[in-house]
Every structure is written in structure tokens, then in C-alpha cells.
Design a protein around this ligand. Structure first.
Ligand code: PMP
Length: 285
């Protein structure tokens, strides 16, 4: 069956799901989005994703033309229409179709798009053996320029870092903030383990407040692990016992090498494995 895509209240076959070339989402990356997952027919932390979407929209003066309840209903309806119980969901709200100028007032109607698809997972060996990553020369957007807390359609900052990673033979790249502190990866948050304590950069390091990040912090705290959200340097990462990344698509994924430095023993560590198992239990319970 052809995938059915939701666009502003109507469903279209994938090949007919189109929006205007005058949409400011296309012309300027002017819009917001979310990426989420459904497990056994239930969207993981849907409310948190919708809250973040509405916060991103508020921050850029974008009024989402439906309510969060209507959005939740449309998400579940789109999943049901496509017979997807375990999959990926992309929510997009663009500024809408306007003129070639920047003025968003010329875009009267924001476009709401919901795409559900089967999840594209990293190969199993990445989870079993861990990733090798590099630090990108491209620094994460300064919070005063375009806050990484806004999940905007303007992902060029991340894409440039992703290209650097890919060109170095890596699927992810670490991004630093303008202070040279560890921020996050191009599409994932980062954690490290040192001496039994779990560390992750604080929100004001200029990162997306990941929903998987929050879930992992909760799971760790529940297990009695001390979690510290403090500024981290590349040196902290290099000397960590374990490093892992979190994201809706990747879930929890180990990192075993960064910038040609082997992390810990060069294989996924015990805390990474235990938090991965807890996260699987949480999402699939
Ligand atoms: N950072 C960035 C830049 C991301 O794009 C994502 C994925 N949305 C994340 C972190 C992880 O966030 P979440 O756990 O909410 O998917």
C-alpha cells in the first residue's frame, strides 16, 4: 500500500504529497518539526514532543493552526491509516506559502505535515560494537543566533557537521559550542560515564533538550546513578570510561572511538548496556 501523508487535514499518496515551492519552509527553513517513534502502537512521549513543537513554534512567532489534541488525533490517525504500529513519525509545521521575500506576514496559512514510515535503523553492529565519531569543525549555532532548543527546519548547521563526519567515515559527529564546550551530536545528545557517574552537557550548553535524553536521565536516577549536567570539554570525552548518544531514532547507541582516541576499553560499557536495556523496557512495556 502506498504511504498516506497528512497535509493540513487531508491525506495524499506519498507521490502526490506536495507543497508549494513558495513555502517558506523550503525557501528559508522557516518552520519547526519533531521526530518521534511509535512502539507497539503507542507514540513514545507524544505529549513531550507536542510541547516541544509548540514551544519551538512560539519562539519563532509561528501559530500552529490546530490544537495539540487535534495534532495528537491526526498523528494516531496517520499511523492507523498506514498500518504502522512500530515506526517513525515526522511532524512538520512550515510558515506556509508566501512570496519570495522574507516577510512571514505574506504566508497566511502554515502547513501541517505528518509523515509516518518504517524506522530506518542504524545497522545492528553499531549497537553491538559502538560507533566511531569525530569532532566537527562546524560549531553548534550560538544560542543568541538560533537557539538549538528550537527544533527548526533550519538544520544546515547540523548538516554541515554531519557532512564532516561522513567525509571522515563516521555516521555522527560531535559538535562543540562557541565556548569550545561539548554540545551534542548532529542528531543526538551525548552522555559520558566517568567513575560510575553519568555526565551530560546542560541545556544552556546550547543543545536540543532531547526527549530520549530526559528519559535516560530519569532511568539513571531511578537506578541510583548520580547524573551531573555540567559543562564538558573534549578532554572529558576522551578520558571517559564510556560514551553513548541518545535520540528518538537511534535510541541509545554506544560510542567507542572519538577523534582517533579509544574510549574506555573500546567496546560498549556496562552502564551503556544497562541503560540501553532499561530504555528498551520503558519503550516496549
Ligand atoms: N539533538 C539534535 C540536534 C537532534 O536533532 C535530536 C533528534 N531530534 C536530538 C538531539 C535528540 O532528541 P530526541 O531524543 O528528542 O529525539
Amino acid at each position: 500500500m502506498t504511504l498516506q501523508i497528512y497535509i493540513s487535514g487531508k491525506y495524499y499518496d506519498k507521490e502526490h504529497a506536495k507543497i508549494s515551492v513558495y513555502d517558506h519552509g523550503l525557501l528559508y527553513g522557516d518552520g519547526v518539526f519533531e521526530g518521534m517513534r511509535s512502539y507497539h502502537g503507542k507514540v513514545f512521549r507524544l505529549k513531550e514532543h507536542l510541547d516541544r513543537l509548540w514551544d519551538s513554534a512560539r519562539s519563532i512567532w509561528l501559530t500552529i493552526p490546530i490544537t495539540p489534541e487535534q495534532m495528537a488525533t491526526a498523528v494516531n490517525e496517520t499511523l492507523a491509516k498506514n498500518n504502522i504500529r512500530d515506526g517513525y513519525i515526522r511532524l512538520i509545521v512550515t510558515r506556509g506559502s508566501g512570496t519570495l521575500g522574507l516577510d512571514p506576514n505574506k504566508c497566511p496559512v502554515p502547513e501541517v505535515i505528518i509523515i509516518t514510515d518504517h524506522i530506518q535503523l542504524y545497522p545492528k553492529e553499531f549497537y553491538d560494537n559502538g560507533l566511531k565519531i569525530v569532532t566537527a569543525a562546524t560549531v553548534r549555532n550560538h544560542t543568541a543566533a538560533l537557539s538549538p532548543r528550537i527544533k527548526s527546519l533550519n538544520y544546515l548547521n547540523n548538516i554541515l557537521a554531519k557532512i564532516e563526519g561522513l567525509r571522515a567515515g563516521c555516521v555522527e559527529a560531535l559538535m562543540l559550542n562557541t565556548q569550545g564546550e561539548v554540545a551534542e551530536c548532529t542528531g543526538d545528545n551525548i552522555f559520558l560515564v566517568k567513575g560510575g557517574v553519568l555526565f551530560t552537557p546542560p541545556i544552556d550548553a546550547g543543545i536540543l533538550e532531547g526527549i530520549t535524553r530526559n528519559a535516560v536521565i530519569e532511568l539513571a536516577e531511578k537506578a541510583g546513578i548520580t547524573v551531573r549536567q555540567i559543562p564538558l570539554s573534549r578532554h572529558d570525552v576522551y578520558i571517559a570510561d564510556e560514551v553513548f548518544l541518545t535520540g528518538s531514532a537511534a535510541e541509545v547507541i554506544p560510542v567507542v572511538e572519538i577523534d582517533s582516541r579509544i574510549i574506555g576499553e573500546g567496546k560498549p560499557g556496562p552502564m551503556t548496556k544497562s541503560l540501553t536495556a532499561k530504555f528498551h523496557q520503558l519503550t516496549r512495556e
